[in-house]
Design a protein around this ligand. Sequence first.
Ligand SMILES: [Zn+2]
Length: 131
Amino acid sequence: MSLAQRTHFKKMLSALKAELSQDIDRTVHEMQVDATVFADPNDRASQESDISLELRNRDRERKLIKKIDETIVRIDKDDYGYCENCGIEIGLKRLERRWKSRGRSRAGSDRLLETAKGAEAPFLLLRSCTA
Ligand SMILES: [Zn+2]
């Protein structure tokens, strides 16, 4: 990968990382504002399950941020975009396609965005020419 290409992927990964960090900050803030204690046990139960869902999402995002950091290190070592089985360079078109399909899925709701973020992990780890 050329320097320009590496810069390009690093820039996209940094943007994604910033987006995820903002999302984590925002949810933490919302959960603090939202800490109403409901009298109705049903309301309390649904609030608790909302919170545990949010916490799971945050946990996934933190893991994704860790993967982004690891991937940036790999880019710096010029170790990104190669198949770990056969060493062949994974086509840039293929890497780009993964990014673009993410862009399309983001047009939907917030939930869809969450799903898309979850689905990004495999491409960030794109290490095989057959994956
Ligand atoms: Zn391969």
